[in-house]
Design a protein. Structure first.
Ligand code: GAP
Length: 437
């Protein structure tokens, strides 16, 4: 059986994946804290993205730009003027909603009344704050709503210092902020979130080829990390949906418990951003290659994914319940590369000799993989807990281990057990993980 929305929210809280931010003060709506397991999962998702988008490629380099940028950046990019969503207010209960996310029935999602919404007004999603001690118009700065602009403003710096030639990409992972009108569905839509974005600069005449390439490549990434292919699809945007900078966009969508929704957008941003920044800053952001007559603005293909949203989707997708010997077991069938804990070492009892051997084995494993030692409760309950948090392998130390220096290794998915010498544990697991982690 697959997961319901409530299954994941309760697992996330119960096992320490995600907590409501400021929970002891009643919680801050739409902000979340990632607990000990959540931070590992989120880091693993980001690490896999970075590996596949930057480290395993010769044509993409990384960047980490500031969250605060000159306000000019957001004027040039069009965000100050056009980064808006249509907001409507219910005249009965005065709740505000994003018009394009209202239910088809037209009823107010809060009070249920019909025909109570007035004209929509455009609401700007930029988070504003002040830089320095004076709080006036001149000191207004914005928290970035996308990581992409730091890439565009550094285009020439990166090109010059890396001597990259077209086509090449610049990738960045980091926090973004949007004053969303209707945050919700747990960590799916929040006001503070993390993005994984890459801007791929290419010749204008090659933009459509690279757009197709990145569509296929990004879809492949989710499938390779074990996401159920039947719950993934690519959907091209209608013209009316396109962001102000995009000529064409397709979303990688996942079938969430509430229906198909966006995981990632892949857009052809044309030369919109480089042109805008060149014009407003007065800097030359055109590209030139030796032996050619003309300078030109490169086009940009942008695969833009959400790290926090994707982490949520991996969690949902991995969750399964199975009947085992008349009991229900919950198991997170996460790809080992994503699993927060790779190996758990479990002594059969808390007796000193077993705990000493447990530590000896755990010490070896920790050098390679994120390893947890769990000594409390019955072995059955400890297996269930490790299944529930997605640990691919459990190593059990029992009383025979003290004599024969052998341990039992249990596979999360098949529950099959192998008995092997302690000295072979590293090689055994290395083989199972296929060197991938
Ligand atoms: N630079 C292009 C850009 O930002 P986007 O489609 O607005 O495009 C890219 O955002 C991705 O960022 C989305 O596909 C989604 O995964 C994530 N994202 C956007 N807004 C979000 C929010 N409020 N909460 C969580 N993730 C969000």
């Amino acid at each position: 059986m697959t997961a319901s929305f409530d299954d994941i929210v309760s697992l996330a809280k119960k096992r320490g994946f995600v907590f409501q931010a400021s929970e002891i003060y009643g919680g801050l709506r739409s902000a979340y804290d990632y607990g000990p397991l959540g931070v590992e999962l989120l880091r693993n998702v980001k690490e896999q993205w970075w590996q596949s988008m930057v480290r395993q490629r010769d044509d993409v380099v990384g960047l980490d730009s500031a969250i605060l940028q000159s306000p000019e950046v957001w004027v040039a990019s069009g965000h100050v003027e056009s980064f808006t969503d249509p907001l409507v207010e219910c005249s009965n209960c005065n709740h505000r909603f994003r018009q394009d996310k209202l239910p088809e029935s037209g009823n107010c999602p809060n009070c249920g009344e019909k025909g109570t919404f007035g004209e929509a007004r455009q609401f700007n999603l930029l988070f504003k704050t002040f830089m320095g001690p004076v709080e006036d118009e001149a000191s207004v700065v914005y928290l970035r709503p996308e990581t992409a602009q730091g890439i565009f403003t550094n285009f020439e710096n990166v090109r010059r210092t890396t001597r990259k030639r077209l086509p090449f990409g610049i990738a960045q992972i980091g926090k973004s902020f949007r004053n969303e009108i209707t945050p919700g569905q747990f960590v799916f839509r929040t006001r503070e979130f993390e993005q994984m974005e890459m801007e791929y600069f290419c010749r204008p005449e090659e933009a459509s080829k690279w757009y197709d390439y990145w569509l296929a490549e990004r879809h492949r990434w989710y499938v390779d990390l074990g996401m159920n292919e039947d719950r993934l699809r690519l959907r091209t945007h209608e013209t009316a949906e396109l962001a102000h900078y995009a000529a064409v966009t397709a979303d990688v969508e996942y079938e969430f418990p509430w229906g198909w929704d966006e995981l990632e957008g892949i857009a052809n941003r044309t030369d919109f951003d480089l042109r805008q920044h060149a014009e407003r800053s007065g800097e030359d952001l055109t590209y030139f290659e030796e032996g050619e007559d003309e300078r030109f603005f490169p086009y940009v293909i942008e695969p833009a994914a959400g790290a926090t949203r994707t982490t949520f989707a991996f969690l949902l997708d991995a969750y399964e319940t199975e009947e085992v010997e008349g009991e229900t077991r919950v198991v997170l069938k996460l790809d080992p590369r994503l699993a927060p804990i790779k190996v758990a070492v479990l002594p059969l009892s808390k007796k000193d000799d077993l705990v000493a051997t447990t530590e000896e084995v755990a010490q070896q494993l920790r050098r390679r993989w994120n390893t947890e030692v769990d000594v409390t409760q019955s072995i059955g309950r400890r297996y269930r807990r490790q299944d529930e948090i997605g640990t691919p392998y459990c190593v059990t130390i029992d009383f025979d281990t003290l004599d024969d220096r052998q341990v039992t290794i249990r596979d999360r998915d098949t529950m099959a057990q192998d008995r092997i010498p302690i000295d072979n544990v590293l090689a055994y697991l290395d083989d199972k993980f296929a060197g991938a982690i």
